[in-house]
Design a protein around this ligand. Structure first.
Ligand SMILES: NC(=O)c1ccc[n+]([C@@H]2O[C@H](COP(=O)([O-])OP(=O)(O)OC[C@H]3O[C@@H](n4cnc5c(N)ncnc54)[C@H](OP(=O)(O)O)[C@@H]3O)[C@@H](O)[C@H]2O)c1
Length: 232
């Protein structure tokens, strides 16, 4: 695996499946880690798991000030922020779309759409300085015409995909690179039949750090290959 020595990598969703695999793969490659989580009580266990060198902080993922504070702290501590990987948001299957409350609707839009937009917006100045990269992690579920009991999730992930597509194109001339990995496999921390271990997937996704891909959609499926898609 490539070395990420002297690279600072921010990974969201580290308490979940995809982010956990990415963060472990990045740490194993020698990266300095920045790990935003949403609750203060998650911090100590993650500091123990990833070591004292990791910068673990509770932030509001739709709160501009805390995200900017994390960016500034990361740059002050590590010198620069090189790369951001943004898997965020849990599976959701709570039932019929019109039976949900407006709060439920907004919560899904917050985590799938506003959070990655806010994250990129806050981190962009640091990524400009480092000429690094930002990688959206999305799910092919957002391309499904319909998933029973998960309609609002499909709508939120479809909106996330549209956001990622927009920003891949809009920011194509930035000093930093914006790409998207759209997953159609099942990724989990522990290996089991039919599942890709998320640490292995994380190693594969981290190849984007040294690639020159820019504005590109990559697909990642059960064959475990990261394939640039012709789809724009
Ligand atoms: N795993 C897969 O097989 C797979 C397949 C296709 C696409 N994806 C995509 O990958 C991303 C992550 O999936 P995952 O399987 O890792 O999910 P997961 O295991 O359920 O983890 C979700 C992560 O997002 C965080 N999160 C959830 N809601 C949040 C909110 N409102 N604010 C801030 N953080 C929040 C969770 O933090 P807490 O611990 O605080 O809840 C956790 O770290 C999703 O966007 C998903 O669509 C995953």
């Amino acid at each position: 695996m490539q070395s990420l020595q002297n690279q600072t990598v921010l990974v969201t969703g580290v308490t979940g499946e995809v982010g956990w695999g990415l963060a472990h793969a990045a740490r194993d490659a020698g990266a300095r880690l920045v790990l935003p989580v949403r609750r203060e009580e998650q911090v100590a266990a993650l500091e123990a798991e990833f070591g004292e060198g990791a910068l673990v902080r509770a932030v509001g993922f739709t709160d501009e000030a805390t995200l900017q504070g994390l960016r500034d702290e990361a740059v002050a501590r590590f010198g620069r922020l090189n790369h951001v990987f943004a898997p965020l948001g849990a599976w959701w299957a709570k039932g019929a779309s019109l039976e949900q409350s407006p709060d439920e609707f907004r919560a899904l839009q917050d985590v799938y759409v506003e959070a990655p937009w806010q994250l990129l917006r806050a981190m962009a100045p640091a990524l400009r300085d480092s000429t690094g990269s930002f990688t959206f992690i999305t799910g092919a579920g957002g391309e499904a015409p319909f998933i029973p009991r998960s309609g609002l999730l499909v709508a939120a992930v479809a909106a996330q995909i549209a956001l990622a597509r927009t920003l891949r194109h809009e920011l194509v001339r930035e000093p930093f690179r914006v790409n998207e990995v759209r997953i159609s496999a099942r990724l989990e921390r522990q290996p089991r039949p039919g599942v890709v271990p998320s640490r292995e997937a994380g190693e594969t996704f981290l190849s984007l750090v040294t690639s020159d891909a820019r504005g590109t959609l990559f697909r990642y499926g059960p064959d475990r290959a990261l394939v640039a898609s012709a789809e724009r």
